[in-house]
Design a protein around this ligand. Structure first.
Ligand SMILES: [Zn+2]
Ligand SMILES: [Zn+2]
Length: 100
């Protein structure tokens, strides 16, 4: 069974490796407009990373009408991806494809 789910609402994409999942999220999904600052970022992992690297938890909760469990789920996803993914190679692949 594939270990990684896309996880974006309405998508049941599954992947053997995390790099493929992140590339799928970036290439195959509509971009996400950050509700805090309006920056357009790739959906999925990059949207989560943007929210938590660029903004405080409090800003996120306010802008997305989220609760602490929604924050925790996203932090867990971010940690899991970062623990497993070769993000440099993901970014390189996406640049080659012109997706970033
Ligand atoms: Zn997907
Ligand atoms: Zn933002």
């Amino acid at each position: 069974m594939s270990r990684w789910k896309c996880g974006i609402e309405g998508c049941d994409g599954r992947f053997e490796d995390v790099e493929s999942a992140v590339i799928h999220q970036t290439v195959d999904h509509e971009r996400h407009e950050c509700k805090v600052c309006g920056t357009v970022v790739p959906e999925g992992y990059f949207a989560i990373r943007h929210a938590f690297d660029e903004h405080t938890r409090a800003e996120f909760v306010r802008a997305y009408d989220a609760d602490s469990s929604a924050v925790r789920i996203r932090e867990d996803v971010k940690d899991a991806v970062e623990a497993d993914a070769d993000l440099n190679s993901v970014v390189e692949t996406l640049r080659e494809q012109g997706a970033l």
